[in-house]
Design a protein. Structure first.
Length: 93
């Protein structure tokens, strides 16, 4: 068997150091895509921040309403106790 170093199955790959328009186009399209993704995500994060701020303010309003409702419940319970005491017959009169 004669082993020849020039056979197509055993050839080593070679690096071609030349730069052509295809390489420049590929790199520029990757840079444009990365910049677009960055600014798109930045805008989306700003929208999310605004929505979270609105939700936080709504939750604060709900918390205030709950506090007011709890205070009214306590006042109502106190009034019911007073009415119950007034309705009970007093034995020492």
């Amino acid at each position: 068997m004669n082993e020849n170093a020039n056979t197509p199955g055993h050839a080593k790959p070679r690096f071609d150091p030349t730069i052509n328009y295809g390489h420049v186009l590929t790199v520029s399209s990757f840079l444009i895509a990365a910049a677009s993704a960055y600014y798109g995500m930045r805008a989306e994060l700003q929208n999310v921040d605004q929505r979270v701020a609105k939700i936080e303010s709504t939750l604060q309003q709900v918390a205030n309403v709950l506090v007011l409702a709890a205070r009214q419940d306590e006042r109502l319970i106190a009034i019911e106790r007073r009415v119950d005491r007034l309705e009970q017959p007093s034995g020492h009169r």
